[in-house]
Structures are given as C-alpha cells and as structure tokens.
Write a protein that binds this ligand. Structure first.
Ligand SMILES: [Zn+2]
Ligand SMILES: [Zn+2]
Length: 199
C-alpha cells in the first residue's frame, strides 16, 4: 500500500487500474467513525489521470509506514515519548525522534508555536503556486491551523521546511464551513511567515 522507497501510496483508479501517489496528492482526509485499531481514514486524492478518487488508508499507513516502522509502536504526542521496547530503538527513525528530530511539524496559529504532528492530523491539502496549503488539526489543542508548506515538507519524513506560511486566522470547527473558508483563505493569500524550529 505504501512504498517507502518511492514514498508513494498505491490506490485503485477506475481508468488506469492502479495508481501511485504521494501524500501531497491527498486532498481530503476524513477519519471514519468506529474503527480504532487501526483507525481508518477515507481519503480523496488527485490521481495522475486527472480526476480525484476516494481511497482508504489506516493510521499506521499514514503515520508509521513512511518512517519504516510497524503498527505495533506508537508515539505519545502528549508526553513526547516513543513508547516502545528497547530492541526497536535500534531503528534509525526511532533514534532520530528520540534525538529530538521530528518527522513532521506544523505551526499552530491559536497557540502561536510550532508543534510536532503526524499525517493523520492533516485533513485538507490544496496545491498552489509550487507550494501546498495544509489544514492541520492540532493534536494538543485540537484547533485548526492552515500552513503553506513545500510538497517535500509533507512527503518526506524529517524534511521540515525552515520557514513556512501561516494563515493568521482561527478556523470554524464545523467541517463544511471549514472547507469553504479553507479555499477562500488560500485564494486570498495573506500568509505570515513563521520559523518552524522546534528547539
Ligand atoms: Zn485515476
Ligand atoms: Zn495547538
């Protein structure tokens, strides 16, 4: 499903049979109610055939597969600890996380600070002028921020843009209005620059 070598997800395409896309080609992620282990997300992705199709991914495929990690470990964002047995700490990705490097990060506008995050907290993505508008639900304060980042910032774990754009705007909680306002605000293009250093 996710291939770490090419950093691509495989999905069904009604025209081409199978298609492979990067995370930055996702347009919408919606966590399905009910399933917990694993949590399942319905995604809408922009296919190379030119259309958008739906697909399903688990939280492990979103958050752990890009790091080459299995489903059995999890990272506790509240305590900033990888909750894991010692044997698995040999893992390079695990070592980098424990050394304070973060696979993904974003700038939480309501809290006015950068935060570590995992892709399962991303929920709207929209390509713009060579960059990507990204709506993130903060894992700590649960409010929504919109960042303007590079494609690599999303697609490549441990590639964090040094500086990103932040929309100076607190988003409404309800999903339908949010989608509308996300599009409207992206078009308005009034982003503030913020440094993403988590140190
Ligand atoms: Zn297609
Ligand atoms: Zn926050």
């Amino acid at each position: 499903m996710y291939d770490a070598l090419t950093t691509r997800y495989t999905f069904a395409c009604p025209r081409q049979g199978k298609t492979r896309v990067r995370l930055s080609s996702f347009r919408h992620l919606d966590r399905l109610p009910g399933a917990e282990h694993p949590a399942v997300f319905q995604v809408l992705f922009a296919c190379p055939c030119g259309e958008e199709h739906p697909g399903l991914v688990s939280d492990a495929e979103l958050d752990w597969a890009p790091l080459g990690l299995g489903e059995e470990r999890f990272f506790n964002l509240m305590t900033a600890r990888l909750e894991e047995s010692t044997a698995e700490l040999e893992d390079l990705a695990a070592q980098r996380i424990l050394a304070g490097e973060w696979p993904w990060s974003f700038y939480c506008y309501p809290e006015d600070r950068p935060r570590p995050v995992f892709p399962s907290s991303f929920f709207l993505l929209a390509p713009g002028d060579g960059s990507l508008g990204l709506a993130v639900r903060c894992p700590v304060c649960e409010r929504v921020s919109v960042n303007l980042v590079s494609h690599e910032h999303v697609d490549l774990p441990f590639h964090n843009d040094r500086e990103i754009g932040v929309l100076p705007y607190v988003f409404p909680a309800d999903a339908d209005r949010m989608l509308e306002e996300f599009r409207a605000e992206l078009d308005s293009g009034s982003f503030d620059a913020r440094r993403l250093s988590l140190d």
